[in-house]
Design a binder for this molecule. Structure first.
Ligand SMILES: Nc1ncnc2c1ncn2[C@@H]1O[C@H](COP(=O)(O)OP(=O)(O)OP(=O)(O)O)[C@@H](O)[C@H]1O
Ligand SMILES: [Mg+2]
Length: 283
């Protein structure tokens, strides 16, 4: 059974025991809440209001997509939730913690264990090997004993099917492999929340679908996912998609969850319906 860390985060006090394939239903508790978020950037042409009062609630166990035109404010909003940037006004609450009140140091420490961040352009450290990149947040997070970090990192890399690349530098592997390493790094400290800004933006459609399928499985295990995407195919497979227009939440789409089937390279459906078979094609 697909479970990275050997614990079952989607455990719901014994219900669904014996049926691990039951999709995790979002629980009613609000995990992430934005209240009246505004973000003003100072520009040469004067102040620019990139976020104009965002109110958003995300429940534990949800997989939420964020779409919108280029420049609409998606990354700016994501950066508020990860604490990588600060709101000019408003509040950001994550799991009952007002993270907008944190100092830089508090924020970095908190993020290290509570939130996995996947960047659009990977942002792997070029002078560290693949496995060192994944171990780095473990060193900061202090969740795992130093002696077990390498093994843990290898396990997560194996999950992403890039463990064979562990001792290479990021420049020596393909873009798709780098993206999967970046995802492995985001998962290093087993964070309950993963926030990904266009994580599949540079992947071919087949690899994008496979990465998306991995995300789906992590959500089934109990993680909460927020994913910016320009990919209509992927967004169309999410049960909740929010649209940002000119710095404001425009509308939400709610749909029944569909089964994800990775597309083959030419966009046609694969002949085999076996997820394992599809996952094995990743490398
Ligand atoms: N550091 C900054 N200084 C000034 N303006 C900025 C800054 N960062 C973003 N902006 C502006 O804020 C607006 C929102 O930018 P943001 O990066 O959030 O858009 P986005 O929806 O993520 O776009 P894309 O789809 O192209 O990634 C844009 O008009 C952008 O030019
Ligand atoms: Mg962006």
């Amino acid at each position: 059974m697909f479970n990275i860390f050997g614990n079952n985060q989607s455990s719901n006090n014994g219900r669904n025991n014996g049926n691990q394939n039951t999709p995790n239903q979002p629980r009613e508790d609000v995990l992430i809440e934005l209240k009246g978020i505004q973000k003003e950037y100072k520009t040469d042409a004067g102040p620019f209001l990139a976020l104009k009062g965002i109110d958003l609630k995300i429940k534990s166990g949800e997989f939420v997509g964020v779409i919108g035109k280029s420049g609409s404010g998606k990354s700016t909003m994501i950066n508020m939730i990860t604490g990588i940037d600060r709101p000019t006004a408003g509040e950001v609450w994550v799991n009952g913690t007002p993270i907008h009140k944190f100092s830089e140091n508090q924020m970095a420490k908190w993020r290290g264990t509570n939130m996995g961040v996947v960047f659009q352009f990977f942002q792997l450290l070029p002078t560290l090997t693949v496995i060192e990149n994944v171990m780095l947040p473990m060193d900061f997070g202090n969740k795992y004993n130093p002696r077990e970090r390498r093994e843990k990192a290898l396990d997560i890399l194996a999950l992403m099917d890039v463990d064979s690349q562990a001792d290479k530098l990021p420049t020596m592997i393909s873009g798709g492999q780098q993206q999967r390493v970046a995802i492995a790094r985001a998962l290093a400290n087993d964070p309950p929340i993963v926030v990904a800004d266009e994580p599949t933006g540079n992947l071919d459609s087949k690899t994008a679908a496979q990465v998306f399928e991995l995300f789906q499985k992590l959500v089934e295990q109990g993680k909460t996912f927020l994913m910016v995407t320009h990919d209509d195919d992927l967004a169309g497979q999410l049960s909740r998609v929010i649209t940002i227009t000119d710095g404001q939440l425009d509308h939400e789409d709610h749909r029944p969850v569909q089964k994800i089937v990775p597309h083959s390279q030419n966009g046609s459906k694969p002949e085999s319906e076996s997820e394992e078979a599809q996952l094995e094609e990743v490398s």
